[in-house]
Design a protein around this ligand. Structure first.
Ligand code: SF4
Length: 427
């Protein structure tokens, strides 16, 4: 490791006791992931088996994409379908046959479960098996759950990718798999950095199309670009692939340490990474410095929402001078988060899960300068005079790797600038 950054804190937060909470939680469900997944997988279609609520959620979250042939839809189950589950299966088969006949561009179809009780009773795994057999080899049908009972909004991507891993072919090839749906422009930057460092061959999950897929095997090593991919991590490990533990590629430091960990796995030293990344690192450092000024010395509180909270707290503490007060996360995956916890300076309360009333009481007592939370909590907290940042924006905005480091800092700086301007106007 080189000395470009402040050294990791003496003990970090790996052994900090974690407050475990199990109570009412306020987050979007995993259906939300369809909004960014359908852009990545160009031959995929997401058929949500759900209620009118699910259809409304998808339409409002993804309303901007109605111009093109849509690649997601909701098959609505009415309460009356409860009476005849056999009919519901037949109806689902009919909808899928019609869809695939009309849309020869679809090569992979995801049946996405939701939470109405009538959907829970439908066996979507069996339906996927039956429909796969009927439409193979042209179309592969898989299923996963995006239900709000089982998933928070980023877990939809995890469930989707985890469903894909078991059907990938087997290989003995020594390859790096980059896991996580990044915007195309960011993915290109990552691939070009890895190529310049000398790491390869590199594959990405999800692949753009079914035909561009590859195998998984004992010589596959994988790096996660998103912290919420715990189930995908488990599925890849089950297939014999090995995880490269590393901080997430957020900010200059996270990106460099991420690349260094991968390079080390391929026998390439940090001096090569330092040489290749010299200019993007300098650009990132300068760009973050310019936008992070309102963040220095400010206190930040994270409600559990996206599972991005710990890496973001690390970035804000180490590169933007913020003080995390509480870092809540819906799940704390120790193996994935270990390198992040080592870098996160001691001090913040760590919490896992949610009991929203207790957390609201804590945030009111702490009065942080910035609160990162879901949409449902932001308005009431703003009304109480607390500046907030919507966690969901962090998933919809390109924020990974060097060129996006300043955009990431800006997302947090903007609400502080706004509240400063409001305070100035009121004075
Ligand atoms: Fe609502 Fe559940 Fe449908 Fe999500 S899956 S929109 S939480 S009913």
């Amino acid at each position: 490791m080189t000395d470009r950054f402040a050294p990791p804190p003496a003990t970090g937060c790996r052994n900090t006791p974690v407050l475990k909470e199990r109570g009412q939680h306020e987050v979007f469900c995993g259906l939300t992931g369809i909004v960014w997944l359908h852009r990545k997988m160009q031959d995929a279609f997401f058929l949500v088996v759900g209620s009118r609520t699910c259809a409304h959620l998808l339409q409002s979250a993804a309303g901007v994409m109605i111009f093109a042939e849509p690649r997601f839809a909701t098959a609505i189950l009415e309460e009356t379908d409860l009476a005849g589950l056999a009919d519901a299966q037949e109806e689902l088969d009919r909808v899928v046959h019609e869809l695939l006949a009309r849309r020869p561009d679809i090569r992979q179809l995801f049946l996405v479960g939701s939470c109405p009780s009538e959907v829970i009773k439908l066996d979507l795994a069996k339906a996927a098996e039956r429909l796969s057999a009927a439409h193979a080899p042209r179309v592969r049908v898989l299923n996963y759950s995006g239900s709000g009972i089982e998933t928070t909004f980023t877990q939809g991507e995890d469930a989707c990718l985890a469903a894909m891993v078991p059907v990938l072919p087997k290989t003995e090839a020594r390859e790096l798999l980059l896991v996580g749906a990044l915007p195309d422009v960011v993915e290109e930057q990552a691939l070009s950095l890895l190529d310049a460092i000398g790491v390869g061959p590199v594959r990405v999950l999800p692949a753009q199309t079914k035909d561009s897929e590859y195998g998984i095997g004992p010589n596959t090593v994988f790096a996660l670009t998103q912290p919420f991919l715990g189930d995908t991590h488990a599925e890849l490990t089950r297939r014999g692939a090995r995880h490269i533990p590393a901080p997430m590629p957020f900010g200059e430091e996270g990106t460099t340490r991420f690349l260094e960990a991968i390079a080390a796995e391929f026998g390439i030293g940090p001096e090569v990474v330092a040489r290749v990344t010299e200019s993007p690192r300098a650009r990132a450092r300068e760009a973050v410095r310019k936008v992070a000024e309102p963040l220095w010395g400010k206190r930040v509180f994270f409600f559990p929402d996206s599972q991005l909270e710990i890496p973001l707290a690390r970035f804000l503490a180490r590169e933007c001078g913020m003080e995390p007060v509480e870092v809540g996360t819906p799940f704390l995956h120790r193996e994935i988060m270990g390198p992040e916890l080592d870098l996160l300076p001691e001090g913040p309360r760590l919490s896992e899960g949610q009991d929203v009333d207790k957390q609201l009481a804590r945030v009111r007592e702490d009065r942080p300068d910035l609160t990162v939370c879901g949409l449902g909590l932001a308005n009431p907290l703003e009304a109480e005079g607390l500046a907030t940042k919507w966690a969901i924006e962090l998933v919809f905005t390109p924020v990974h790797f060097y060129e996006q480091a300043a955009d990431l800092a800006s997302l947090f700086a903007r609400p502080l600038r706004r509240s400063r301007a409001l305070a100035f106007e009121e004075a």
